[in-house]
Design a protein around this ligand. Structure first.
Ligand SMILES: Cc1ncc(COP(=O)(O)O)c(C=O)c1O
Length: 376
């Protein structure tokens, strides 16, 4: 089977974990601090708080800012984006996307803003940044917060600035992401206030302070009914080693994506992913679209590849506004035609830094075969 994704783990991660095991500091510790410092520096922000997932990061990014009201996000995303909004006590409002990038359409955002709107949550889909210039301009105009769901975009840039540095950034280290430690997340921010609040919420609601005579470090007074969303030292040891390889791994992803595109470009039934002007794409996923009208056969296409030993998949179907759990959040006049078109025609192909050229050639051949069969 050619897997959809495989983590890029070598002796360096193994050595790093063994050291932590021998140190005895398995929960919070030096590796957590090192990871947070290096991550903040990589993204270009003042603070980074490591957590157990991106879902927790999104929820705390909202809670830390005491937001209450509607948050505008795409319906074409993973369920975690909307769940975080709801779990933080806010209401999701779904905006349509652009066909080419599959990212939230800034024009559609503005049309949804009303008195209840408190924030915009752009989701940088599959490794490419949303149009942050237009999104920030809208946020400024209406006084809204920006929470970036950067789960799929570690290292991606818009106008040379990394995703996660425009608003409050939220990252995932799940095993299919650009770096992984199994499960993990991060909040990035330039705000000391947000940093302090996310830290406290993630650690039972107890604020971390430096110890003094009046405040010895054994004081554990909760300020909020917080959670335990912390990252363990043992996972940070893996993550910090992965972070040291991010540029190499992202370059490999870009190179392999270029190879796929070069070899699939003559297939008229396909719409291939591409790098938008002003963006640096990091291809957390390589997703193709079957051209409009090809729709009913998408599932057959995925099944065919799977039968041939290729773990093709779909990200994302059904779109959130079509799921029972979220349908009620749709206003009667809201409609999302591009989201519906894209979600019924999109296919994710295997792509990860160490995938073999031989496997890519096999995938290319089987895609062409599937298209020919469908034509007939
Ligand atoms: C866009 C998006 N948001 C949020 C998440 C949730 O990340 P995690 O599994 O780390 O909570 C994912 C992960 O799959 C994602 O793709």
């Amino acid at each position: 089977m050619i897997y959809l994704s495989r983590p890029c783990i070598d002796y360096r991660e193994i050595r790093s974990v063994v050291r932590v095991l021998k140190s005895g500091w398995l929960s919070g510790g030096e590796k957590v601090k090192e990871f947070e410092n290096k991550f903040a520096e990589f993204i270009g922000v003042k603070y980074a708080i490591s957590l157990n997932s991106c879902a927790s990061a999104l929820q705390l990014a909202i809670q830390a800012q005491k937001l209450k009201g509607e948050i505008i996000l795409p319906s074409f995303t993973f369920v975690a984006s909307a769940n975080a909004v709801i779990n933080a006590g806010c209401t999701p409002r779904f905006a349509d996307i652009e066909y080419g990038s599959c990212n939230i359409d800034p024009q559609k955002i503005e049309a949804l803003i009303n008195k209840k709107t408190v924030a915009i949550m752009p989701v940088h889909y599959a490794g490419q940044s949303c149009d942050m210039a237009r999104i920030l301009a809208i946020a400024r105009k209406y006084g809204l917060s920006v929470i970036e769901d950067s789960a799929e975009s570690l290292g991606a840039r818009f106008k040379n600035k990394k995703t996660g540095s425009f608003g409050t950034g939220c990252f995932s280290f799940f095993s299919t992401k650009n770096i992984t430690c199994g499960e993990g997340g991060m909040v990035t921010t330039n705000s000391r206030y947000v940093w302090n609040k996310v830290l406290a919420y993630s650690s039972h609601g107890v604020e971390r302070r430096s110890s003094s005579k009046r405040n010895p470090n054994w004081l554990r007074e909760a300020k909020y009914p917080g959670y335990n969303y912390r990252m363990a030292n043992i996972l940070a040891a893996i993550a910090v080693t992965q972070l040291a390889k991010i540029e190499v791994m992202n370059n490999q992803r870009r190179e392999l994506a270029r190879y796929l595109s070069e070899n699939l470009k003559e297939c008229g039934e396909l719409r291939l992913p591409f790098e938008e002007a002003r963006c640096y794409h990091v291809y957390q996923m390589y997703t193709i679209k079957l051209k409009p009208g090809y729709g009913p056969k998408r599932d057959l296409f995925v099944d065919y590849l799977r039968k041939k030993g290729i773990e093709a998949s779909v990200h994302f179907y059904p779109p959130l506004h079509k799921q029972k759990l979220y349908r009620g959040y749709l206003y009667p006049r809201d409609c999302l035609p591009i989201t519906e078109e894209v979600s019924s025609n999109i296919v994710t192909l295997p792509l990860y830094p160490k995938i073999l050229k031989r496997d890519l050639n096999y995938i290319i051949a089987k895609i062409k075969e599937a298209l020919t069969r469908n034509r007939g």
